[in-house]
Each structure stands twice: as C-alpha cells, then as structure tokens.
Design a protein around this ligand. Structure first.
Ligand code: HEM
Ligand SMILES: *[C@@H]1O[C@H](CO)[C@@H](O)[C@H](O)[C@H]1NC(C)=O
Ligand SMILES: *[C@@H]1O[C@H](CO)[C@@H](O)[C@H](O)[C@H]1NC(C)=O
Ligand SMILES: CC(=O)N[C@H]1CO[C@H](CO)[C@@H](O)[C@@H]1O
Length: 344
C-alpha cells in the first residue's frame, strides 16, 4: 500500500489515468458536499450540541433499550436514502402541502421522531437556528446504537443542512424494498454512491430491530410470492416454520402489519455480527437479506463479517459514507427551527 507522506511527494507520482478518474469522481459528486462535513462542526457555534443530543438519547434509550436504537438507526437510513441526509424524512405532510416521505408505505413503521423533536427543542433554546435536524438524526442514530457499548461506535461528521422538500413518491422510489433481488439492491445503493461492500455491511444493521409480517410473508407461503411454485427455498425450513407460527397462515400473513418479529433471532437487541451468522444459515429475514448470498462478491464477504471486531470496524466506515449521501452544506437548504416543518 502506498502511503504518501506529503502532497508534494504524492502529486508527481499520480498518473494521468488516476487524475482522470479522480476528475470523474469529482464530477459525479457535484452537488453533493459530503466532503465538507467535519467532526465537531458546532464546536464554536453551539458547543453543547453533541452533549445535548447524547443526554436526551441516553435517557430515552434507557427507557426503551430494546426498540429505540433500531428505530433511530432506521430513521437515519431512510433520511439518507431519499434526497440525501437532509431531514426530509421528518417533515409532516401538512407542512409541505402534499404527501411527505413520512406518509409513504415504507415509512409506516418508522419511529423516534419525538426524540429528535425533544433534542431540537432544547437546542433551539440553547443556540437558536444553529444545529440542523439532519445532524440531530445522524447523532441520535450513533448515540442510540452506541449506548450498549459505553463508547461511540463511529464518529459523526457534522454540518448537514436541512432540505425544504419531502415527497412520498420519492420515498417509494428511493428506498430499497424487502423483496428486492441483488441486482435491484446494487442499483439502489449504487445510485447513492454506495457500493456492494457498503450494501453488505449496512445490511448488518438488521442485527437489531423488528419487522412486520407483511414485509416478508411472501417468502412463507406457496402461491403468493414471486416463486409461485412454493415457499422460498433459500429460507431455512425451521426458521420458516417459526415465522409461519408467528404470522399466521397465508394469505392473511401478507397483510399482517400488526405482528412483528425480531430480525436477528438469537441476538435481537445487540448490535453485533450475529446477523451474518444467521444469514449464512438461511435465516436472513427478507428476500433482500437472502439476496446477499446470491452474488459472488457479496457472498464472499459474509464469513469475515461474522467476526465482531471486523464487522464493527467496517460498519463504522460504511455508515459514515451513508451519512454523506446527498448532504446539503454551506448555504444550501436551511436550519429548520422545527424539524417537522420548513421555516416560513
Ligand atoms: C438493503 C436494503 C434494505 C431493505 C430492503 C430494508 C428493509 C427493511 C424493512 C422492510 C424493515 C422492517 C420494517 C417493519 O416491518 O417495521 C427494516 C427494518 C430495519 N432496518 Fe432495514 N432495510 C435495508 C437496509 C437497511 C440499512 C442500510 C439500515 C441502516 C443502516 C437499516 C436499518 C434497519 C433497522 C434498524 C430496522 C429495524 C427497525 C425497527 O425495529 O423499528 N436497514 N428494514
Ligand atoms: C395496517 O394495515 C391496515 C389495513 O390494511 C391499514 O389500514 C393500516 O394503515 C396499516 N398500518 C400501518 C402502520 O401500516
Ligand atoms: C431482479 O428484479 C428485477 C425487478 O426488480 C427484475 O427485472 C430482474 O429480472 C431480477 N433479476 C434477477 C436476476 O432475478
Ligand atoms: C410515523 C408516521 O408518520 N407514519 C405514517 C406512515 O405512513 C402512513 C400511511 O402510509 C401513515 O398513516 C403514518 O402515520
């Protein structure tokens, strides 16, 4: 591995091909200022910002340790995958004059909004108009997931600004579906500048949290899924039987949005590498989870990811990358005063 020590020793050694490639990357990233985010962005403008979010999240997670970390992590994911990490997921439909992302079907089971609202209210009192809702979402996800470790699992770069639009149709189009195959997942992540490795590692977020029966019921029944010949053969039979017992018989299971099951049975609330252990055993819950085994590049990464240290290290890199998707910085967007509505 080449490790340039100074830019002057580095520059002359760069081939024109590499420069050309770098230029292409810069062009592709135009309008996306992820590189402008930085650690401790509010150090001077609002020194208490990170501690305020941390304390509020800690108190709320202490009251709901099993469910809330997953909700806040998923909220961050949904925010970043639609219009970039700009807090568009927080806007209420009434505030944008039309169906907002929140009201799209994939958002039906999102939560944690009130934690963001509480942090925002305190921050507006301490340093008005300074800390973006998008940054609060990013911090809250990290803080919530990290609590069980007593140390930050990843560092959060800050300086995101808040967007002023939110559309339900974009949530439907921008978010991956649990019934997606590998090709669709790769394309979906690719559109955000995330590669196959990011897809595999970020899917490891399903090591915590729950899913409702309607999101995976097609894999259980014969006749209702894409494999109309029978239940999904890539699903572990004993696991499928457990899921059927929980969700009820087809076809009712397909519309059962009331029953939720743990996505990582055996270790449902710990943020650990166990998702990948289950995945290898045919216990990935969604078609989109099982799809990671159908691509040679992706499948080749799974075994190593069953090691906790490696998973956490790689998740740190991938989630930082996710947090830079399509961000607004500098003078773009605004700092919302209320995370549910654009400023008037
Ligand atoms: C790879 C494509 C992905 C698909 C298709 C997908 C889909 C889903 C679905 C359908 C649910 C269950 C929702 C419900 O029934 O309540 C879910 C839950 C969840 N997802 Fe994903 N997801 C994906 C990637 C991610 C990523 C990248 C993250 C975060 C980095 C994430 C974090 C979560 C979490 C934490 C939950 C549990 C939420 C809770 O317990 O409330 N997912 N996901
Ligand atoms: C659950 O399904 C019912 C009936 O299909 C629907 O009216 C309701 O809005 C759904 N709830 C959620 C949270 O998606
Ligand atoms: C993947 O799904 C898409 C639709 O989302 C479909 O067009 C394509 O044929 C599928 N690819 C494979 C390899 O099954
Ligand atoms: C939390 C939240 O805002 N959920 C909404 C998601 O979308 C459904 C409609 O599909 C709304 O009914 C929920 O209120």
């Amino acid at each position: 591995m080449m490790r340039p020590t100074t830019s002057s020793s580095w520059m002359p050694s760069v081939s024109s091909a590499a420069l050309f490639a770098a230029t292409l990357v810069l062009l592709a990233g135009a309008g996306c200022d992820g590189a402008l985010l930085k650690a401790h962005f509010y150090r001077h403008s609002c020194p208490a910002a990170e501690a305020v979010v941390r304390d509020i999240v800690a108190a709320r997670v202490a009251a709901d340790p099993a469910a809330l970390p997953a909700k806040l992590l998923r909220l961050f994911f949904h925010d970043c995958f639609v219009r970039g990490c700009d807090a568009s997921v927080l806007l209420d439909s009434a505030a944008v004059g039309g169906a907002a992302e929140k009201d799209a079907a994939p958002n039906a089971s999102l939560g944690g909004y009130d934690v963001i609202d509480t942090a925002k209210a305190v921050l507006e009192a301490v340093c008005p108009g300074t800390v973006s809702c998008a940054d609060i979402v990013a911090l809250a996800a990290r803080d919530a997931v990290s609590l069980q470790f007593g140390r930050d699992l990843w560092d959060v770069q800050l300086g995101r600004r808040d967007g002023v639009a939110s559309r339900a149709s974009e949530a439907l189009a921008g978010l991956p579906s649990p019934s997606d195959n590998f090709t669709a997942l790769e394309a979906n992540f690719g559109a955000k500048g995330l590669d196959v490795k990011d897809l595999v590692i970020l899917s490891g977020a399903h090591t915590i949290g729950v899913a409702h029966c309607n999101t995976f019921a097609a894999r259980l029944s014969s006749g209702s899924g894409p494999n109309s010949g029978g239940a999904d053969p890539t699903l572990n039979a004993a696991y499928a039987a457990q899921l059927r017992a929980r969700c009820g018989p087809a076809p009712a299971a397909a519309s059962n949005n009331a029953t939720a099951v743990a996505m990582d049975p055996g270790s449902p609330a710990r943020f650990d590498a166990h998702y990948f252990v289950n995945l290898k055993l045919g216990r990935g819950l969604f078609t989109s989870d099982a799809a990671l085994l159908t691509d040679r590049r992706a499948a080749g990464m799974i075994h190593r990811l069953t090691k906790q240290g490696y998973f956490l290290q790689e998740f740190r890199n991938a989630v930082r990358k996710m947090g830079r998707v399509g961000v607004l910085t500098g003078e773009q967007g605004e700092i919302r005063r209320n995370c549910r509505a654009v400023n008037t």
